[in-house]
Write a protein that binds this ligand. Structure first.
Ligand SMILES: [Zn+2]
Length: 288
């Protein structure tokens, strides 16, 4: 296993490429992906996620101090990329040769609802695992044509965002399966559902949740971990939980700020009218 120092510096090296990677993707898209129509639900998000991997790799190679590269997972699984040592064996099953893993998500700023889901279980994440979120939109490149344009990229450790998500899930009446009281009544040592999210009605949120927790009309609810939806705060408990996590963790704060910056309705809806009034009042007093 690689040392924490190696892993930490590999994480920083990848994070440091973020702005260059964004510019490279946009230059490539403006040159190659020129089209008409501004299609939403085009699958373009998946293409941008792959481009993120290629360009991050390019920038990592250019950085002289960097002795790492990205590998694309060969099979379908939760993570997209692994940060690995070049010229060394890499075994995804045992994680040997690996420094950390990366999940890349994308959201179109103009889409009504994002399909991006961050629904990996907190217990499946390593502290160095990264979450990357691209926010993009179609941008005019001439009078007739548009191309995909990445507005901003969030790059941060995934664990604090998972904790924020889970705390808010509980404030909505959601819960997590405990292997000692699994709804499928599995023996604890055999239970594979530990940590699986259930919604307030007890319906499983993921296809891998307990069989007895299927919904009346759906196999699973699939609301858990929506990149915007997970920050919704419709109760006083939820607002408190969001603010507590935001104060507790700089990463949670960065993630909330990132979403609020690019999806201002989310910030508007988080605060109550009296809070906005108080804010305006304070600002007015300061101006005077
Ligand atoms: Zn179970």
């Amino acid at each position: 296993m690689t040392s924490a120092i190696d892993r930490s510096s590999a994480f920083s090296a990848a994070e440091a490429t973020t702005n260059n990677t964004r510019r490279s993707i946009n230059r490539f898209c403006a040159r190659v992906f020129r089209t008409r129509g501004r299609r939403i639900g085009s699958g373009m998000g998946g293409v941008l996620e792959a481009l993120w991997g290629y360009y991050t790799n390019n920038w990592l190679r250019r950085a002289s101090q960097s002795e790492v590269e990205l590998a694309w997972f060969p099979e379908h699984q939760y993570h997209d990329f692994a940060c690995v040592k070049p010229n060394a064996e890499w075994h995804p099953a045992t994680q040997s040769g690996e420094l950390f893993r990366i999940e890349v998500k994308s959201m179109n700023e103009d889409a009504e609802e994002s399909k991006a889901h961050f629904d990996v279980l907190a217990g499946e994440l390593d502290p160095f695992d990264a979450l990357v979120l691209l926010v993009w939109r179609w941008k005019s490149v001439d009078r007739w044509h548009v191309s995909p344009f990445v507005i901003d990229i969030f790059f941060g450790p995934a664990t604090p965002v998972a904790r924020l998500r889970d705390e808010l899930h509980k404030t909505r009446g959601g819960s997590f399966v405990d292997r000692n009281s699994c709804p499928d009544a599995c023996p604890p040592y055999l239970c594979e559902h530990h940590g699986e999210p259930l919604n307030e009605k007890g319906t499983r949120e993921r296809a891998t949740g307990p069989d007895t927790c299927k919904g009346p009309s759906v196999s699973f609810a699939a609301n858990f971990g929506g990149m915007l939806r997970m920050l919704k705060t419709n109760s006083s408990d939820a607002r408190t939980a969001l603010r507590t996590e935001r104060e507790r963790s700089d990463v949670a704060h960065r993630y909330i700020s990132f979403i609020h910056q690019h999806f201002p309705d989310e910030e508007r809806n988080h605060y109550l009218v009296p809070e906005w009034r108080r804010l305006v009042c304070c600002a007015t007093i300061r101006l005077n």
